[in-house]
Design a protein around this ligand. Structure first.
Ligand code: AMP
Ligand code: GLY
Length: 438
């Protein structure tokens, strides 16, 4: 089959790499792609905002499936227009993508379907906001309603800070995304990401991961799109995962179908593992970046067939033996350009050397090829990814690959996976202690 993949980041490189391994793939096209994706796909110039142009390309090249990587084209309704033209698409409709596009939509759905999540108020004015703040305790959580590229959340330690944030958000500090605000109860616990694939009826789990949002070691400094991740997330035990499928994912898919907006594609749940059980923080309507990179490192099924079954509403025909994740840990370290998440220094040269020699995989996130020299072209530049039998082993392999790369204007965190590495060390000390005592 012929596939068109839309997007240009590390997430899309990981998808292209895995799709290219499919025995049923004939041709893979990517738009706009990047130099890493170009190793697996023919890059084409298409504007995802120009829906008729994408449709025409699909007809000309006999595309059987369009895979939409990022959220913006989904929220803009590209999947709807392609489906109306008879083209199979991996990704939700505009109406279903509101799960990511509108916090208020998701909170209302959770309330209706009794999905565990933080208590909330949806406000449109300072007066409504002040009244709602009276009902919550510090720290206060305030969110712009619409897409804000991960920058629309404020955690305010005091009432004063919360009022300043409320005014900023309502006055459009985040553009039109802020015309309405969601105020939430602060949830305490450890965060984990969980993924599920659905065609609107059948739902299958697609693994877990943990991200590292802060730019600096020990989770310090400003928030980013994610500086590294690993999969699986052992904190999300099989019991908790089953609970998430039953209490959160299942009811969400059923409630959307009942509203006449069936969800098709990947559902990415940001969870807080609280003392009362897992609660939904937010939904995304696409794979996480860089979570996708670690999921793809472990997935050993045929991704192209899986995505086509999902797009056609035939996920119930998936042969379970062909849907497998390797029982290893995958860990990815993001190498970013100095300055990120502020203004990144672009143009710096990159020499990948022999970084992939020992089985590591380098996914390109923000690179360009300039007369044969690889250069940084964005904030997050490379995703250096490796696997191991433990998180510590995967971490060591990923950093060995990082150290083989020459990228003088780049930087990375040195502690991706720290929570699990500490837990692994504690449990092996405990085992050693127990065997010494016997
Ligand atoms: P979101 O964009 O909704 O994922 O929020 C970004 C980050 O803010 C999350 O990853 C959490 O770390 C934090 N956050 C969001 N909502 C809450 C909440 N209700 N309680 C505690 N932390 C939150
Ligand atoms: N890594 C977080 C995200 O993709 O939203």
């Amino acid at each position: 089959m012929n596939i068109l993949l839309l997007g240009s980041g590390g997430r899309e490189h990981a998808l292209a790499w895995k799709l290219a391994q499919s025995p049923v793939l004939a041709r893979l096209y990517a738009a706009p792609g990047n130099p890493g994706i170009a190793q697996h796909a023919e890059l084409v110039q298409l504007n995802p905002a120009d829906h008729p142009q994408v449709e025409q390309f699909c007809r000309d090249r006999m595309i059987d499936l369009v895979v939409i990587g990022p959220e913006a084209p989904l929220v803009a309704g590209l999947a709807d227009d392609l489906r109306a033209a008879g083209i199979a698409v991996f990704g939700p409709s505009r109406a279903a993508a509101q799960l990511e596009g509108s916090k208020a939509f998701t909170k209302a759905l959770c309330a209706q379907a009794e999905i565990p999540t933080a208590a909330y108020a949806h406000v449109r004015s300072i007066a409504e906001g002040r009244e709602a703040l009276d009902r919550f305790n510090a720290p206060f959580v305030l969110k712009a309603d619409g897409l804000a590229a991960g920058k629309g959340v404020v955690i305010a330690e005091s009432r004063h800070e919360a009022e300043v944030a409320l005014a900023d958000l309502l006055q459009g500090r985040f553009g039109p995304a802020g015309s309405a605000v969601v105020i939430e109860e602060f949830l305490q616990g450890e965060e984990a990401s969980f993924f599920a694939l659905t065609d609107g009826r059948t739902v299958i789990p697609f693994g877990s991961a943990q991200d590292h949002k802060r730019v600096g070691d020990s989770d310090t400094g400003p928030n980013t799109g994610g500086m590294g991740a690993y999969s699986p997330a052992p904190v999300l035990t099989p019991t908790l995962e089953a609970q998430v499928m039953k209490d959160i994912i299942g009811p969400t898919v059923a409630a959307l179908a009942a509203q006449g907006v069936p969800y098709s594609g990947v559902l990415y749940a940001g969870l807080m593992l609280t003392s009362d059980g897992p609660k939904l923080i937010e939904y995304n309507c696409r794979f996480g970046d860089p979570e996708c990179q670690v999921l793809m490192m472990r997935y050993s099924g045929d991704l192209a067939t899986l995505m086509l079954l999902c797009a056609r509403g035939e996920l119930d025909q998936l042969e379970s033996g062909r849907h497998r994740f390797e029982p290893v840990t995958a860990l990815t370290v993001v190498m970013a350009a100095k300055g990120y998440p502020g203004q990144p220094e672009t143009g710096g040269s990159i020499d990948l050397g022999a970084a992939e020699a020992d089985g590591a995989k380098i996914f390109h996130a923000g690179t360009v090829l300039d007369h044969g020299t690889l250069r940084a072209s964005g904030g997050r530049v490379l995703n250096v990814t490796a696997t191991g039998k433990s998180v510590a082993e995967a971490q060591a392999a990923a950093y060995a690959a990082v150290d083989a790369i020459h990228f003088p204007t780049g930087f990375c965190r040195r502690d991706i996976g720290w929570r699990e590495v500490e837990r692994e060390a504690r449990s092996s000390q405990q085992t050693a202690g127990e065997s010494a005592a016997t």
